[in-house]
Design a protein around this ligand. Structure first.
Ligand code: 3HC
Length: 306
């Protein structure tokens, strides 16, 4: 069958179910935001345990949102949380989840083989006109789509959300050379419909945000390695001198030092035109912290202790 799209002039939004594959922080955040904006959502992960964890992330974040929306009304807060969570079905079967999806967003581990195999299966099960999208932050969108048919590639995009998804307004809409303008327009309309702001860009390493953010973070780490200033002073400088909500070390710890290392090492070693690029050269300090398992907020220690 063909996926249904509602058409109202310029604002053409995806009207089928939204399937989100991967119930980690990013996937559950995306599912939460889509459900908050009245989409029926299916969240998929490999086990019931992972799905329950994802539901937990959503419930915690929704309670925060509800408290602001209904400051003095505990009942309304509870109703809001239940209503949004009620629109999110949980599933361990990607094929079943995408059967009636208008949009599929993948947010699983950053491994090209895993993503390619996943999308081969999703393409076989999803309606013909569905948009297939990856939330990857570091892998080329066109490579993830390699195993797919030319028809599927026309509606295959990057949809890159930012952490924390419920709070961050931006979504990068990443177009490959094979993507149709209509698919980009549909994705842009979807992004606006969930209260976010799209930035359309080409499929190049890091898209816009990470291409600028990663060199900034790595240069901050190099300042620390050269003992120019303490992590605290560098963070204070960038918060108060450049207006960033978090300093670079706070942000590194928040994103996860393993994630930062994975992205810069990948670009430095494996390409996309960046092999050997000094902007992404390894850092002994970062390598040491990751080797010790100090990955930031999630492990209780990174550049700071939590
Ligand atoms: N769910 C819902 N709401 C949340 C939330 C969550 N998980 N996290 C924060 N919020 C809301 C709070 O409720 C609060 O709302 P209000 O202003 O309406 O009252 C607001 O966000 C601010 O939160 P706090 O007061 O608790 O704390 P801060 O003012 O320090 O803000 C922050 C927290 C939003 C995380 C802010 O520090 C920030 O914007 N930091 C930078 C984040 C960033 O750069 N993210 C991008 C990382 S890169 C990335 O994701 C790409 C990847 O590919 C690597």
């Amino acid at each position: 069958q063909r996926a249904a799209f509602s058409s109202s002039g310029a604002a053409r939004a995806v009207s089928g179910r939204i399937a989100v594959i991967g119930g980690g922080q990013m996937g559950s955040g995306i599912a939460q935001v889509a459900a908050t904006h009245k989409h029926d959502v299916t969240l998929v992960d490999v086990s019931q345990e992972a799905l329950e964890r994802g539901r937990g992330y959503m419930a915690k974040s929704l309670k925060r949102v509800a408290k602001k929306q209904f400051p003095e009304d505990a009942q309304a807060q509870g109703r809001f949380v239940d209503e949004v969570l009620g629109r999110v079905s949980l599933s361990t079967s990607p094929a079943a989840a995408v059967g009636d999806a208008g949009l599929v967003i993948e947010a699983v581990v950053e491994n090209i083989k895993v993503k390619q195999e996943l999308f081969a299966g999703l393409a076989a099960a999803a309606p013909e006109g569905a948009i297939l999208a990856s939330n990857t932050s570091s892998l080329p969108i066109a490579r993830i789509a390699e195993p797919l048919s030319a028809e599927r590639k026309r509606r295959f995009l990057g949809l890159h959300f930012f952490n924390p998804v419920p709070q961050m307004k931006l979504v990068e809409v990443v177009r490959t050379d094979a993507a149709d303008q209509q698919a980009v327009d549909d994705a842009v309309a979807f992004v606006k419909g969930i209260g976010k702001v799209p930035a359309v860009c080409k499929d190049t390493p890091g898209f816009i945000v990470n291409r600028l953010l990663l060199p900034y973070m790595m240069e901050a780490i190099r300042l620390l390695e050269r003992d120019v200033a303490s992590a605290q002073d560098i963070d204070t400088a960038m918060k108060l001198g450049a207006g960033y909500p978090m300093g670079p070390f706070q942000l590194c710890d928040y994103v996860g030092l393993d994630t930062i290392k994975f992205i810069v090492d990948g670009w430095h070693k494996e390409g996309q035109g960046l092999v050997g690029d000094k902007l992404f050269a390894p850092s002994a300090k970062l390598d040491e912290l990751v080797a010790k398992g100090h990955l930031g907020v999630k492990t209780g220690k990174g550049f700071y202790e939590y």
